[in-house]
Design a protein around this ligand. Sequence first.
Ligand SMILES: C[S@@+](CC[C@H](N)C(=O)[O-])C[C@H]1O[C@@H](n2cnc3c(N)ncnc32)[C@H](O)[C@@H]1O
Length: 374
Amino acid sequence: MESKEEDIPKMENPKIEVSATAILVCAARAVATNKFIRKALERNDHSMIQDEIVKRYYTPKLDDSTVHENLAYYDPYSFIILDCEGSTRTLENFVEHQTVPPVKQDLSHLSFQEQLILWKEVVAAFGIQTVLRRTKLIDSLITNHVINGDIEQIVVFGAGMDMRAHRMKLAASVTVYELDMPKVIELKKNEVDHASKVIEPISQSTIKYIGIDLSTKKWIDNLLELGFDANKPTFWIMEGLLMYLKPSAVDDVFQGISQLSCRGSALVAHICKMLNMPFGTRSFNNLLNLIHSSSSDPTKLIAKNAPYFTSVCHYTFQDIGTLFSAEDVEDNKAKPSPTPKNVVNNIETTEQQPIEDDFSWYAFAQQFQHRQQS
Ligand SMILES: C[S@@+](CC[C@H](N)C(=O)[O-])C[C@H]1O[C@@H](n2cnc3c(N)ncnc32)[C@H](O)[C@@H]1O
């Protein structure tokens, strides 16, 4: 892994913390969910969508045209999470950051629908297309290897507001372990409790939470204490996480995976390709300031730390578009407008769309051999 551990630049806006990125990703998924509902309503197909969710949260005025139909999915939990006070505060911080000069405002008077329209502007400035693609790719891997496959144990590192454990059709035999910072896990548990009163269950899996800083190796003991079985195949997910860890912690995570995996296990890792990306909006560049590691060769990274995971496939942004026949979305490239200006609810944000490009690897690897006992 390449590192900039010694010289981490100061953020322009220190309020954007790494945990806020979990809400940002959740907002991108809410926009995708709005699109999913729009299409289902157009087809008069109510088989997946829930009327109560549509009534409370669907936002017909939201411009979700940049979400390709093939990349839309149904994540009603994303609506519930965005509808909490903490998310409104996060939105305020992002909006403040996207206005020039920065303008602090109280957005709690806005309805959920009005906030979602603003969120759409915020996520567009950070890059929604990458989130849509990576979510879709990992969903399809889970479908193949867990729902239609033999794996019954999933570990989600830096789980944030990833709701696969709830929104995918996982069987009762599946256990999902979700790990993230304690305060993120606390927020998530509260919102999941709240959501369970509104959303009809889709998944039957058991979910176990671990609030932990993944820069320490304690997560291994925590998993084992909660009943994790290293002799059962596991699907390991690292989505939107590794770039925020220092290179030594990334190595530790892969080594921990290697230590706890048996034949039949699989991993998917979202890995940043380069540390200093020469593009992006001001908001996006601030996010880059949180990025501590990258790799120009995920195969080597995995071979070094988790040698029994072989046949590494790398997917790029373009590969995933091709895989889901979703290459023709207009805003995949930067809008060349010289004076970008978006006005939503009288709030003027001034960001351009970022160039959504090939700056991430999505590495998928499987373990075909037994691990040698050490
Ligand atoms: C961009 S979010 C991605 C969340 C989720 N994987 C998703 O795709 O929806 C990054 C997540 O990594 C978590 N994270 C970052 N550094 C961490 C650390 N050292 N320990 C535990 N979690 C961490 C953050 O709290 C946040 O929830």
